[in-house]
Ligand binder design. Structure first.
Ligand code: PMP
Length: 358
């Protein structure tokens, strides 16, 4: 830290993204990226955009939003796009949460929520997940706070039924409810259509997972037009050209590749089922997942130790040192080949542990 950092930020503990080590080639199963490249048409669309890159991008991303609106069956005024969904999370917190409207989210969830709340000095509280690490909708009924729920949740992978999401939204008409659907394409039912019915709901999504564009940084949100206008008020005060021309072009091309998208989501679900079976065969307890990752633990080896041993063997998974979940690892679903290698390496670790005991 320099001597120049504004004092108001001394307290800040920044978010720690999943590691991206360059020392060797790893099988990367630690940041929930897609194992599949973007479709060929994305490459072409980005290349074609180079010639007009001297111009600013459209601050309203109208062409992209129009396509989003058609794809998700909502009017264009219900849409906003962003530099990754992390940016929308920040914009929404800035717009709708403060001392009078503090945030509430589950105790185990996406770690970025706390960081953004702290950055904006928004008070927050957390609601413990159930013993099975599930979100219980009743905990949020009429809670009178700005609610943020990742559905499916991360890092657990558990999904809350749409009827339960609606119960939360309907019972909090005076509060904003933010549903972060970063992983919805891997098996859950989206709450998107509910934004036409409830003016207190914001549904957030991303191109980072199911659409293979994590590096392009493209997120989006759906909400009633007044809510979108409020988000845009903050967005225009911070970064009006938040989606650059290459990302907009990439996003549009990716959206048009419905078949590729469907096939990739299907493959991830199949590979998830494969890995879940293998992990269970090897004595793991696996939380049911509707995402592109599994959250799993075993009594045979501690969470941190398994993470470290797999790293030595060239596989990265994500371990969180938080007390309640320290026995677990979050494993991104990759290709079936990657899942086979992972299973093999896990077996090796279990064998090593067994031999050490003898
Ligand atoms: N929400 C959740 C629940 C996530 O896990 C992530 C990815 N780390 C994000 C939002 C942010 O994704 P991105 O900014 O890449 O769209």
């Amino acid at each position: 830290m320099s001597n120049f950092l504004a004092e108001k930020y001394n307290y800040l503990v920044p978010y720690v993204p999943g590691e991206q080590p360059q020392d060797r080639k790893y099988i990367k199963l630690n940041t929930n990226e897609s194992p599949f490249p973007p479709p060929e048409s994305v490459k072409k669309a980005v290349e074609e955009r180079v010639d007009t890159a001297r111009l600013y991008s459209d601050p309203d991303s109208n062409n992209l939003r129009q396509l989003m609106a058609e794809n998700y069956n909502v009017p264009i005024e219900y849409t906003v796009v962003s530099n990754g969904s992390d940016e929308i999370i920040n914009l929404a917190f800035m717009a709708f949460a403060d001392e009078k409207n503090p945030l509430v989210f589950p105790d185990i969830t996406y770690g970025f929520y706390k960081v953004v709340a702290d950055l904006n000095r928004i008070p927050y509280s957390s609601v413990p997940l159930g013993d099975d690490l599930s979100v219980c909708a009743d905990d949020y009924v009429g809670i009178n706070k700005t609610i943020v729920i990742a559905n499916p949740n991360a890092p657990t992978g558990r999904y809350l039924e749409l009827s339960q999401v609606e119960k939360i939204v309907a019972s909090n008409p005076g509060n904003i409810v933010i549903i972060d659907e970063a992983y919805i394409d891997f098996g859950g039912e989206s709450a998107v259509q509910l934004v036409k019915k409830y003016n207190n709901l914001i549904v957030i999504g991303t191109f980072s997972k199911s659409r293979s564009l994590a590096g392009a940084r493209l997120g989006f949100a759906f909400a009633a037009p007044d809510i979108i206008a409020d988000i845009n008020k903050i967005r225009y005060s911070m970064n009006p050209y938040n989606v650059n021309c290459f990302t907009a072009a990439a996003g549009m091309a990716a959206l048009k590749e419905k078949k590729y998208f469907d096939e990739n989501c299907k493959t991830i679900k199949e590979n998830r089922a494969f890995l879940e079976t293998e992990l269970k065969k090897n004595g793991f307890e696996v939380i049911p997942s509707k995402t592109n990752f599994l959250f799993a633990k075993t009594d045979a080896v501690g969470g941190k130790e398994l993470y470290l041993r797999l790293k030595e063997k060239g596989i990265l998974v994500r371990h969180f040192d938080t007390e309640r979940i320290k026995d677990y690892n979050r494993i991104t679903i990759g290709t079936v080949e990657q899942m086979r290698i992972l299973t093999e390496k896990i077996r090796e670790v279990l064998e090593e542990k067994n031999n050490e005991k003898c």
